[in-house]
Design a protein around this ligand. Structure first.
Ligand code: HAM
Length: 420
């Protein structure tokens, strides 16, 4: 026997019926993004490695987790670990008018240690707005994510926000933080004892106990913002308040990627284990376009993991499989199959979802398949119905419902009047 294969470690197949929830989630988000003036961006799944290495040299995502490979032409490419740098690359390449507002639903690849809610291929829904520094854009982006979670029925989601300043105020703060960390260097975790100087903000983000304790009384960047950053942060808070988006300020929130300036935020689920409780996050990246060789272009966005959202929905028992639309009709034909072929096509062309059995199965087997399909109705054709040019319409979901004999010519109209 030839060997068989499994999906690679840290990846998984999303099969029906679970995939129906994915479809429903993506189309919900698409509709919301559309209503807010965001258009769909499809960009390549791999990019020149520089697109990512330029913006994240001191982050784990880029340094340790990126899938990098050389193609047959010797180009160094990376599977994208995240969605923001590609959006900025596309913006700089095409220079569309600003504000440029786009959304995406795309896989991200990170060589992480796989566990529930943490995969080597995960999938993000995201939105990015480029070309405006207006704090109202921050509010629009954050509330888009908050409304997505609320619309799914999630209640146990915390929104944490922070500002990490800009090129004006951050250097002085970093000097202060570095001095603080240097004084406590011996108490930091193994990794940060060596590397704290490289990017001191990373230490605030470290989840290890040693670093958490050592940084308990570290200076907070929100106490060291310049006037313009402080005013920006005030206006973001006021805007969220006006839209009744509940948030808490978390002065340690710096996020795991290097490109952020000013507003950063994260949505955490209190229904999930803490290692995977980040269901979405984002922030401003006003310096990213310049890092990628373009003109100064402010931007802000968020990304939220589809797998994590669905895990949270399971934990809160909302947005289950029953929220996805089931099949309308299953055609049962015991006259040879030609009627099933023609009726299924007729119904589908009329916008009614329909399935059927193949291979000339028995009446019993076809009725069983109809039940299993979750369809609302079976449309049954036996030899009597065929001779009388009629079909039998049998409700499948309501206990004890009687069937009705309907003229074949009227079947579409009849079903339309009875389907929800
Ligand atoms: P991130 O926080 O690295 O940010 O990822 C965003 C979301 O993707 C996380 O909150 C989580 O739900 C999901 N996620 C990340 N890695 C994994 C994984 N290995 N397995 C499962 N889910 C995962 C970004 O990627 C930024 N690009 C967000 C952003 C957009 N910032 C500005 N615009």
């Amino acid at each position: 026997m030839p060997e068989t294969f499994q999906a690679p470690t840290g990846t998984r197949d999303v099969m029906p019926p679970e995939s129906a929830r994915w479809e429903a989630l993506v189309s919900r988000f698409a509709a919301m993004a559309d209503r807010a003036g965001y258009g769909l961006l499809l960009s390549p799944m791999f990019e020149d490695v520089g697109v990512f290495s330029r913006v994240g040299e001191s982050t784990d995502v880029v340094r340790k987790e990126m899938y990098v490979f050389a193609d047959r032409g010797g180009r160094s490419l990376a599977l994208r670990p995240e969605g923001t740098a590609p959006v900025v690359r596309a913006y700089l390449q095409h220079r569309p008018p600003v504000p440029w507002k786009v959304w995406y639903a795309a896989p991200g690849f990170r060589y992480e240690r796989p566990q529930a809610g943490r995969y080597r291929q995960h999938h993000q829904l995201g939105a990015e707005a480029l070309g405006s520094a207006d704090p109202d854009v921050d509010v629009e982006i954050i509330s888009l994510a908050a409304d997505l979670y609320a619309g799914l029925g999630l209640r146990r989601v915390l929104l944490l926000i922070n500002s990490i300043g800009d090129a004006v105020c951050r250097p002085a703060y970093l000097a202060k933080l570095s001095a603080y960390l240097l004084d406590r260097q011996d108490s930091l975790c193994d990794e940060h004892r060596e590397r704290a100087g490289e990017n001191p903000l990373r230490v605030l983000d470290c989840k290890r106990k040693a670093c958490r304790e050592a940084t308990r009384s570290a200076p907070h960047i929100i106490d060291h913002l310049c006037n313009r950053c402080a005013e920006h942060f005030e206006r973001v808070q006021a805007g969220l308040g006006a839209l009744r988006v509940t948030f808490a300020i978390e002065p340690r929130l710096v996020r795991g990627l290097d490109y952020y300036t000013r507003t950063t935020f994260e949505f955490q689920s209190t229904a999930l284990e803490s290692a995977q409780n980040g269901i979405g996050g984002g922030g401003r990246y006003d310096g990213l376009a310049e890092l990628l060789g373009g003109p100064p272009t402010p931007g802000i966005g968020f990304g939220t993991g589809i797998e994590r959202i669905l895990l949270t929905c399971d934990a809160e028992a909302v947005f289950g499989a029953e929220t996805t639309r089931a099949l309308d009709v299953f055609v049962v034909d015991i006259t040879g199959g030609a009627e099933a072929r023609d009726l299924a096509a007729l119904l589908r062309r009329a916008g009614i979802s329909a399935d059927r059995a193949f291979d000339g199965r028995s009446m019993k087997a076809q009725m069983k398949a109809a039940d299993r399909s979750g369809a609302e109705f079976a449309v049954v054709v036996g030899s009597e119905e065929l001779a009388a040019r009629k079909v039998k319409v049998q409700p499948l979901r309501k206990e004890g419902s009687e069937h009705e004999l309907v003229a074949r010519a009227d079947v579409v109209e009849h079903l339309r009047s009875r389907l929800p």
